[in-house]
Design a protein around this ligand. Structure first.
Ligand code: S3P
Length: 172
């Protein structure tokens, strides 16, 4: 099976608002593994927010940094890693994840994503836009690629603990 005893890290992918960080933290607790949020690691490495990285260096530079951070994290001990929604869309990053980790797509309905991201200002792709329009577009572009994940878990319609249980069952 995919059990964490296999020694690989578990990488959560999915759109903004899917619950990657929230479920990831809970999943790590329940599996007795460490948790790392790749976006937070990028901010630490860059010394500024992701919005600032986008503004000052552009999205391509962000994607390069994201790939380096994820590679370094996958070199470390087995753990739960939440990634930003675009990480798995980068072919090299996706290759790394597919080769070295167990990928889990947290698949979430549009309405719930929109509700969760609304009124929060830290996501550069949603600045000065209607989040629903962007997320709808990203769903079309990204879902076919997210579908390459090892495991797909439907989320968003339930509380964090139940969704986490569903991930654990799928990993078993
Ligand atoms: C992005 C998602 C964000 C962050 C950046 C780009 C994306 O992470 O990495 O703003 O391309 O979907 P979350 O999915 O954690 O919001």
């Amino acid at each position: 099976g995919f059990g964490p005893q296999a020694g690989r890290s578990i990488v959560l992918i999915g759109l903004m608002g899917a619950g990657k960080s929230t479920i990831g933290r809970r999943l790590a607790q329940r599996l007795g593994l460490g948790f790392v949020d790749a976006d937070a690691e990028i901010e630490r490495a860059a010394g500024c927010s992701i919005s600032d990285v986008f503004r000052m260096y552009g999205e391509n530079a962000f994607r390069d940094g994201e790939r380096r951070v994820i590679r370094r994290l996958l070199d470390g001990p087995s753990r739960v890693l939440a990634t930003g929604g675009g990480a798995f869309m980068n072919a090299e990053t996706r290759g790394l994840i597919r080769e070295r980790a167990i990928s889990v797509w947290l698949r979430c309905p549009l309405d719930i994503l929109v509700r969760r991201v609304s009124g929060r200002g830290h996501r550069p792709l949603l600045n000065n836009t209607r989040p629903r329009d962007v997320l709808e577009r990203l769903m079309v572009d990204r879902h076919p690629v997210y579908a390459e994940a090892d495991i797909i878990v439907q989320c968003g319609d339930d509380n964090v603990d139940n969704s986490t249980t569903r991930v654990i069952e799928a990993l078993a």
